[in-house]
Write a protein that binds this ligand. Sequence first.
Ligand code: MRU
Length: 359
Amino acid sequence: MNAIEPTTQRVFSVQWSGDADGYLDLLDQTLLPMELKLLALHTIEEVFEAIVMLRVRGAPAIGIAAAYGVVLGLQKCLSNGNSVGEAREVSVKACEYLATSRPTAVNLFWALDRMKAVVARSTNIASPLDLAQALLREARLIHDDDRRTCHAIGDYGAELLEDNSGVLTHCNTGGLATSEYGTALAAIFTAQDQGKNIHVFADETRPLLQGSRLTAWELQQRGVRCTVICDSMAAQVMREGRIQAVIVGADRITARGDTANKIGTYGVAVLAKHHNIPFYVAAPRSTFDLSLISGDAIQIEQRKADEITRGFGRQTAPSGIDVYNPAFDVTPAELISAIITERGIISPVCEERVRAMVE
Ligand code: MRU
């Protein structure tokens, strides 16, 4: 079977269909780049499963999916004759349930806090349907805001990318990981739209290959020149002088700028420092967690051993072997040249500058 051919079709990570009694269309990212399959999710449990299994993934996309998931969680109250009070309780429980799906990307908790705030404000609401409609409005707002945010990040980020340069990226930060367009990849897309010639080197991103399966696919769809490399090749490619900038996304950024992102990012930042290459992080304000100062306080998701020992169906380590599989790592602020947000560029990266931009 061949990977899907480049298409002009617009690809989205998630999309709500219908009114408050509608459902969530979600592109199953585990099947890419071989299959473009939409899943119609009708229950909150299906949204939870999709987040845990990375059918939807990337910090902003997880937050958006979870917001719609809350609406699905409330739908049972629309036909069961529940009171408004019961509907409010069900909504809060839906937020608490979805908050246990993945721990690291703060966008999930940020989106669920916004949904909980709608419930808290809804004391005068007349029916469960009214509450479901208010929650759907908020989920749509979160979704639409992210579209605007991605384009603003793209504009600021493109300023940092030079014509005829090589750019290394890790994991996937494009339209699949957000509402559309992306964060770090948005900077590359915008630079290309401005006529800059950018050659992207995409780390394949072990163990789940978001770089080779998703980033390479998205770049190919848009006609951006892309070369896939194994994660372990980044040092050599830098040494050969092929990389003029590194740009990655983020799952949680603390007040001092320490940044959690896909496992392997920290290593890339160390390599960039050694080779005197600027290391940029692109992320929306919803990815900042100003309640934390040091990145040591960020909870890192631990995932199952078989993602490493049996990746994509073939056993590649002895049965019963001990495995360590953290999904993220933390890059300390001192290795980050700049953080690109929808409000502008934070540089140097320090608590004072972060708070001035984000608060
Ligand atoms: O485990 P994943 O695939 O959800 O990890 C995603 C990343 O680490 C991304 O770099 C990050 O969420 C930014 S997405 C704009």
